[in-house]
Design a protein around this ligand. Structure first.
Ligand SMILES: Cc1ncc(C[n+]2csc(CCOP(=O)(O)OP(=O)(O)O)c2C)c(N)n1
Ligand SMILES: [Mg+2]
Length: 548
């Protein structure tokens, strides 16, 4: 069919099932903006800073579990998107990112394709309209193929405004299978021979929709389970879920060190900011490393088996091999589970004891705030967790049974949560979406409050105003104690507090979002309920203690 390149671009997006286009336009995007209004199936969400658009696209991709679409301006607009694109690249979130670019007859200052290359799996430019469909098919295919990640396509004005005979076909993302039978038998043997096996499950279990299979596996073998990453690969309230994977926790480190078999499934095993050594797995511990993503952090530990494939399939294969042959009696599995539950209860007790010390403090304790939130957030809400230093507390009090109940920021950049809350809501229809966001992270992308109001995106932002970059204090303390081996705490946290307190309530109001500031834990429930019932964007600012 005869059409312009810009029309072909829109037809390709529709063929790929895209409904939301996140962006910030410039002069070069004129042809795209003109065209998009002719396609009612496509909703353009105008943001006032590229960090907001990129956060929206990142969350959209994770909610839909497939590539989203992001339209950034040439040069500076694209560069503004890089911090969250970099995270999407290192953590494998699929996104197709575009800029419209110069007329090819112009001399250019910048090669956009080279500029985007370090942050993308594939980066290319389209100069003729005829190229649009094949490049878009490849772009979506690349983004959705492991290791997933952002791709970049620049569209010259010649490609957008040019006319050609064009046919549109969607991409066909690859399907992945399980492992060969002899490998499954080997894994089965190792499970049967192990006395202290441990399971670590991570993001790719969630992405492969394998939570149920992971539960069957853990229950069948009586495994203690750690959750790693930023998704929900295992029910957080399950009796065998004994914690979130971190090498910083000494109790957990001891359990992993004593284990004779670690089964790492879709997880970035033993990853941390600080260098703690190359091989962290003990000599007597065997590692079965299973993943769908070939280049994961966990893959760097020496393993006895490395299996790549679809984790749902692989776990199904393991489960059915255990149905056929598993030596442990039901009684022995029951005893294992009792022992695991005991560890879980002890961990919870230690957590509660610490939390109770500050429970009724005048300046609200973060744990108290998270507890109150957990009591009033309705079932089936999607939580966007950008609580930074309070992520652990959020996970402690809010229990998540299913994969689609929570996503959290991944990769390290702050500024994700505001856009992510918006993008998650845009991708979630009528479902309630609540973002829990650090005051520092939210400040990076406050422009998103305007998009919430402008497009009437009825999500709730809960900003944790602890008047600080609190995580930096946590990390510098850990660094001083565990890396530099200092015995005394210096208590010095230079430039990590905000003596001039941020006021997200007033910022949000100034952009048309209703907002309220809360200092008392007893007020939380009413305000959250009001916010959800309002069916409008709302912001709740919780004033909490930022001290360690
Ligand atoms: C773009 C970017 N700039 C700076 C940093 C360094 N950084 C990491 S966490 C953090 C503070 C986060 O503060 P906040 O969102 O208030 O959460 P809190 O630590 O107080 O819980 C900073 C500045 C970063 N990760 N990303
Ligand atoms: Mg803070």
């Amino acid at each position: 069919m005869r059409m312009t390149g810009k029309r072909a671009l829109m037809e390709c997006l529709k063929a790929e099932g895209i409904t939301n286009v996140y962006g910030n336009p410039g002069t070069s995007e004129g042809p795209i903006m003109e065209e998009i209004v002719n396609h009612k199936e496509l909703r353009y969400l105008l943001t006032l800073q590229e960090g907001v658009a990129t956060g929206m696209a990142e969350a959209d991709a994770r909610v839909n579990n497939k590539a989203s679409f992001l339209s950034l301006h040439i040069d500076s607009g694209l560069v503004n998107g890089f911090s969250l694109m970099n995270d999407a690249y290192t953590t494998s979130t699929p996104m197709v990112v575009t800029s419209a670019t110069y007329d090819v007859r112009n001399l250019r200052n910048r090669d956009l394709v080279e500029l985007a290359r370090p942050f993308t799996k594939w980066s290319t430019e389209v100069t003729l309209p005829d190229q649009v469909p094949m490049v878009m098919r490849k772009a979506f295919l690349e983004a959705n193929t492991h290791p997933k990640g952002p791709v970049f396509v620049a569209f010259s004005s010649n490609a957008l405004d040019g006319v050609s005979d064009i046919d549109i076909y969607p991409s066909t993302p690859p399907v992945y299978g399980g492992l060969e039978k002899n490998v499954i038998q080997e894994i089965n043997k190792m499970i049967n021979n192990a006395n202290k096996p441990v399971l670590v499950v991570g993001d790719r279990v969630a992405e492969d929709n394998a939570l149920d299979e992971a539960v069957i596996f853990a229950e069948k073998v009586g495994l203690p389970v750690y959750i790693e990453g930023s998704n929900i690969p295992f029910p957080t309230n399950h009796n065998q879920m004994i914690g979130f994977h971190t090498i910083r926790n000494q109790n957990q480190r001891a359990i992993l060190d004593e284990s004779d078999l670690i089964l790492s499934v879709g997880a970035d095993l033993f990853s941390d900011w600080f260098f703690e050594g190359d091989v962290l797995i003990q000599k007597h511990t065997k590692l079965v490393y299973l993943d769908s993503k070939p280049d994961s952090q966990g893959n760097r530990q020496p393993s006895d088996i490395t299996g790549l494939g679809n984790l749902k399939e692989i776990l199904k294969q393991i489960n059915s091999s255990l149905e056929e042959s598993f030596d442990l009696s039901q009684e022995e599995v029951k005893n294992r589970i009792i022992a695991v539950k005991k560890i879980k209860d002890e961990n919870d007790e230690i957590y509660d004891e610490n939390a109770k010390k500050n429970w009724d403090n005048k300046l609200m304790s973060p744990d108290r705030a998270m507890y109150e939130l957990s009591k009033c957030i309705p079932e089936n809400t999607l939580i966007v967790n950008d609580g930074i230093s309070h992520r652990g507390s959020i996970m402690q009090y809010m229990k998540f049974d299913k994969t689609d109940e929570m996503i959290s920021g991944r990769g390290g950049s702050i500024g994700w949560g505001v856009g992510a809350t918006l993008g998650a809501k845009c991708a979630s229809g009528d479902r309630n979406v609540i973002g829990i966001i650090g005051d520092g992270s939210a400040m990076m992308t406050v422009q998103g409050y305007w998009t919430a109001a402008n497009d009437n995106i009825p999500c709730v932002f809960i900003v944790l105003n602890n008047q600080s970059y609190r995580i930096l204090k946590v990390n510098i303390d850990y660094y001083r104690q565990s890396v530099r081996k200092e015995e005394e705490k210096s208590g010095l946290y230079p430039y990590m507090d905000f003596p001039l307190v941020l006021n997200h309530t007033e910022i949000a109001k100034s952009m048309g979002v209703e907002a309220v500031r809360i200092t008392k834990p007893t007020e939380i429930s009413k305000e959250v309920t009001n916010a959800i019932n309002s069916k409008k964007p709302r912001l709740i600012e919780l004033m909490i203690d930022g001290n360690l």
